[in-house]
Unconditional design. Structure first.
Length: 201
């Protein structure tokens, strides 16, 4: 349950890119994207930061380790070929509904976590941000990983439960039920928009 939204809060949108949103997902992606777009428009209207994150894991140290399930090539030539194919196919392009604006903060991450090896934390600190609203794909991967670091750095977190989804429903529900309530507050897009309007007064 959401109790309030900090006056200095940023919206952080995780991996709303074509290559991710085109995967088989647990919820209809059109509704998830629509809610994320509503949040982005409201934050911009309120003069609050919108952070648009996308992932490019090709060649990152996290993709080079041994793992039982891995889809990323480890050979440099194969990485180059994969990157060219993903770029040509629009994998990294943010979905148009987010309607990126010049003032939006763009972050490219190479791991699940939007804070790892990126300037995101220092940017938020420079702007005196005390809270973030999180949305994105996938709930148990990019969103949860980012949330854990945000919590470790003392940021208040609000999770937009209907503006995120996962490739597995069980993973999505596990994060919402057991992880997120321990490190932040959860609510719908409508709840967040209501509290956002209250915080502006």
């Amino acid at each position: 349950m959401i109790t309030r939204i900090d006056k200095n809060t940023a919206l952080v949108l995780i991996d709303f890119q074509l290559g991710v949103t085109s995967m088989a997902l647990a919820h209809p992606i059109a509704a998830v994207v629509h809610n994320a777009a509503l949040l982005a428009a409201a934050f911009r209207k309120a003069g609050l930061p919108v952070v648009v994150v996308h992932v490019n894991p090709i060649g990152s140290p996290a993709m080079m380790v041994r793992a039982e399930v891995s889809s990323m090539p480890k050979d440099p030539a194969a990485q180059k070929q994969r990157l060219e194919a993903m770029t040509a196919g629009g994998f990294f392009n943010i979905v148009p509904e987010i309607n990126i604006q010049p003032e939006d903060i763009r972050i490219t991450k190479t791991t699940w976590n939007a804070f790892a090896h990126t300037p995101l934390l220092s940017i938020l600190q420079e702007k005196n941000i005390t809270g973030i609203v999180l949305a994105g794909v996938s709930t148990s991967i990019g969103v949860e990983s980012t949330a854990r670091t945000a919590n470790e750095n003392g940021l208040n977190i609000t999770f937009a439960t209907d503006a995120m989804t996962d490739t597995q429903l069980a993973c999505h529900e596990n994060s919402l039920r057991y992880i997120f309530p321990r490190i932040g507050e959860t609510g719908t897009t409508a709840d967040i928009l209501h509290h956002l309007s209250v915080s502006e007064k």
